[in-house]
Design a binder for this molecule. Structure first.
Ligand SMILES: NC(=O)N[C@H]1NC(=O)NC1=O
Length: 173
């Protein structure tokens, strides 16, 4: 899909196509659409990022709270969005043993109790071993730093989802 096609989409089509770029955040795609025309994928991406960057801390934490836990209850119940399912599967989370699942659930709970939002990580850039390691490390980071790290991970997730939609190649950052 090229950027001319994106710019020509009516409201409903744009929201249908881009509504899942930022996990379960219904306001972002409609707000971004009103910023068109976009010059290219990078420009479109910057509008998605700018929306979250401009939110107060409570709103940014809200964006994070829409993200399902990695290897969490929604995965077990088959309730993930198609995008999350693909990402968590790529990181090996769909084939965990019971002990590993319980351990990750405990880490998820500890992280959420400390920060107030779920642990966010771009699963497609990670693997089964790195996810718990990174989660254990980040549990000890100062909360303000951790909010920034988590929002940075959401941007990595969004960047790849956008690149998938536009059929282009996302860089590794
Ligand atoms: N909590 C969290 O990071 N969830 C996610 N990460 C990702 O890449 N896909 C998700 O669902």
């Amino acid at each position: 899909m090229d950027i001319e096609k994106v710019n020509s989409m009516d409201f409903g089509e744009f929201v249908d196509v881009f509504g899942s770029v930022t996990e379960r955040c219904p306001l972002i795609a409609p707000a971004v659409r009103s910023q068109r025309p976009f010059s290219d994928l990078e420009d479109l991406e910057q509008h998605f990022f700018a929306f979250t960057d401009a939110l107060p801390q409570s709103g940014q934490e809200g964006v994070l709270r829409w993200h399902p836990d990695l290897a969490g209850r929604e995965l077990q119940r088959g309730e993930l969005s198609a995008e999350s399912q693909r990402e968590q599967s790529a990181a090996g989370h769909t084939s965990l043993g019971a002990a590993e699942r319980l351990w990750l659930a405990e880490l998820n709970a500890q992280y959420r109790a400390r920060s107030g939002f779920p642990f966010a990580l771009a699963a497609r850039l990670s693997d089964r071993a790195a996810v718990p390691r990174e989660r254990a490390r980040r549990l000890h980071c100062p909360p303000a730093q951790e909010l920034n790290t988590a929002l940075g991970e959401v941007k990595k997730i969004d960047r790849r989802r956008l690149a998938d939609l536009l059929g282009s190649h996302a860089t590794e950052s």
